[in-house]
Design a protein around this ligand. Structure first.
Ligand code: IPM
Ligand code: MN
Length: 371
């Protein structure tokens, strides 16, 4: 028996989570476990009613679970950033979910926009650092010109810019990225361990040629860790180049580890090459704490309640959740049931089919039960 928290959230979130729970329950029945779901009312509706985005109570309650099953947040009635930062990022940071695990795997039966590539070519995992980098929330806007910034920068960092920029601009903004030695080390170690269970290749993605302080440290830590894993083949790539290689030679990649913001960007690209955002799952993992599993896509408010949203990314995220709980056979069964639904063309409109959200959930559940 497992106790799992669930947050449907906004837009299509509640309907896709409903299908995900249905499928995980079917997997439990087949593989001999029960899930006791604890639903949390967190999201735009409650925020608009009570003004609360996330309360201390919510966090304390959520902290009693090893896993949270998360739909999506984001609502057109709320200014961008409030719910994203107040809920999603808050949970990731509060529970120190330092690994954002994003499989980029083309399931059989799906199509990729990459000409000449098939399921055997697109099968890697992005391990995105999830608690540092430009996501730490340190930044500000203030009065001043570009010159002010440069002089502040000289003072603070002894930057050696010999620029003489006159500017009329009267407002400045900056945002700071932070990488810590231990923060980088722990996620890089996780990626090395994961590579050990796979094809034993690990690619580090950074931009150390320009952002040389922050990603210079990242590289140094990567190199240190690499000496402890002589069985793993390693390589460095720059983030701009990696977007090119994902498209040209996805088969080169096995495990990819990267700082937070680059991980955000390259996993949307990854989602597209593996068959679309409707299929891309993610896990926010704290191996010793409370982890959260969600589709990579957002809440798509305009499709809310129409029964056309694709629940597959959420169902796949449910498979990652089962893996996390140690139910590996059930987790694998969920992914093969997705493949069954895809080859039988029981898919939603975004994947070229006409099945409803709940018809996909039903079909995947039956595919698990019937096996
Ligand atoms: C993601 C999303 C989030 C992120 C947003 C909604 C805060 O884009 O999970 O990739 O940037 O991490
Ligand atoms: Mn993103």
């Amino acid at each position: 028996m497992y106790r799992v928290a669930s947050i449907g959230g906004d837009g299509i979130g509640p309907e896709i989570i409903r299908e995900g729970k249905k499928v995980l329950d079917a997997a439990g029945e087949k593989y001999g476990f029960d899930i006791e779901w604890h639903d949390f009312n967190i999201g735009a509706d409650r925020y608009l009613e009570t003004g609360e985005v996330m309360t201390e109570d919510d966090l304390r309650e959520l902290g009693r679970f090893r896993a949270i099953y998360f739909g999506a947040i984001g609502d057109e009635r709320v200014a961008p950033g409030i719910l994203e930062k107040g809920i999603l990022l808050r949970i990731r940071f509060h529970f120190d979910q330092f690994v954002n695990l994003r499989p980029i795997r083309m399931l059989s039966g799906t199509t990729t926009p990459l000409a000449g590539k098939g399921p055997g070519d697109i099968d890697f995992v992005v391990v995105r650092e999830n608690t540092e980098d430009f996501y730490v929330g340190i930044g500000s806007r203030f009065r001043g010109s570009q010159k002010t910034l440069l002089s502040v920068e000289r003072e603070l960092y002894h930057a050696e810019f010999n620029l003489d920029i006159e500017s009329d601009a009267d407002e400045l903004a900056y945002q700071i990225g932070i990488i810590s030695r231990e923060g980088a080390a722990r996620v890089i170690r996780y990626a090395f361990e994961l590579a050990r269970t796979r094809r034993k290749k690990l690619t580090s993605v950074d931009k150390a040629n320009v952002l040389s302080d922050i990603y210079g440290l990242w590289r140094e830590v990567f190199s240190e860790q690499a000496t402890r894993y002589p069985d793993i083949v390693t390589e460095f790539t720059f983030v701009d180049a990696v977007t090119m290689w994902f498209v040209k030679n996805p088969e080169w990649f096995d495990v990819v580890v990267t700082p937070n913001m680059f991980g955000d960007i390259i996993t949307d690209l990854g989602a597209m090459i593996q068959g679309g955002l409707g299929l891309a799952p993610g896990g926010n993992i704290n191996p010793g704490g409370t982890s959260m599993f969600e589709p990579i896509h957002g809440s798509a408010p305009k499709y809310r309640g129409l029964g056309i949203a694709n629940p597959m990314a959420t169902i796949w995220a449910g498979s990652l959740l089962l893996d996390h709980l140690g139910e590996h056979r059930a987790a694998a069964a969920v992914v093969s049931a997705l493949e069954t639904a895809i080859s039988d063309r029981v898919v939603t409109r975004d994947m070229g089919g006409s099945a409803s959200t709940s018809a996909v959930g039903d079909y995947v559940s039956q595919a698990i039960s019937g096996n």
